[in-house]
Write a protein of this length. Structure first.
Length: 153
């Protein structure tokens, strides 16, 4: 399968930036009082508008200027990356349902095995790192990651 990179990148990122611009007011609330400081929405808005303008330029280059890079998508080479991305999506869903540590204990060993890792030390180190990250966020950064169900976060 051949993909026109400028065209498709422009379309996908343009739609993504529009969606985020629509969602921004709901996600980034304005302060209850006006302190005279810039709005907390200003930087995300600039970034999203810049992304939208860049997307329009890419689409213009592809359709009008006929500047295009064609990428040949070969499933044989792309499938491993797609599988890893799918596993990260599963990890995200599991974090919400079973907690960060449990999700890490389920997904990370599967990812290591898929990547061809067979040494037990790599598995142990990865799981210890997951626990350390959980407690670092909780104790040092005061950010609660989803904990074990019923354990509290």
């Amino acid at each position: 399968m051949k993909i026109k990179t400028n065209l498709w990148t422009g379309i996908i990122m343009g739609l993504f930036s529009l969606l985020l611009l629509i969602m921004l007011p709901e996600q980034v609330k304005l302060p209850a009082y006006d302190s005279g400081a810039p709005s907390p929405r200003i930087l995300p808005s600039f970034a999203l508008i810049g992304m939208l303008i860049s997307s329009v330029i890419l689409i213009f280059q592809s359709l009008v200027l006929k500047k295009e890079k064609i990428y040949e998508f070969d499933m044989k080479y792309e499938l491993p990356a797609i599988i890893v991305i799918a596993m990260l999506c599963v990890f995200t869903a599991l974090i919400i349902n079973v907690g960060y540590v449990a999700a890490a204990f389920i997904v990370f060993p599967i990812m290591l095995f898929y990547a061809g890792e067979r040494k037990p030390f790599a598995y142990i180190l990865t799981l210890v790192a997951a626990i350390a990250i959980f407690y670092m966020f909780r104790s040092v950064l005061n950010i609660s990651l989803p904990a074990f169900p019923g354990f509290g976060g």
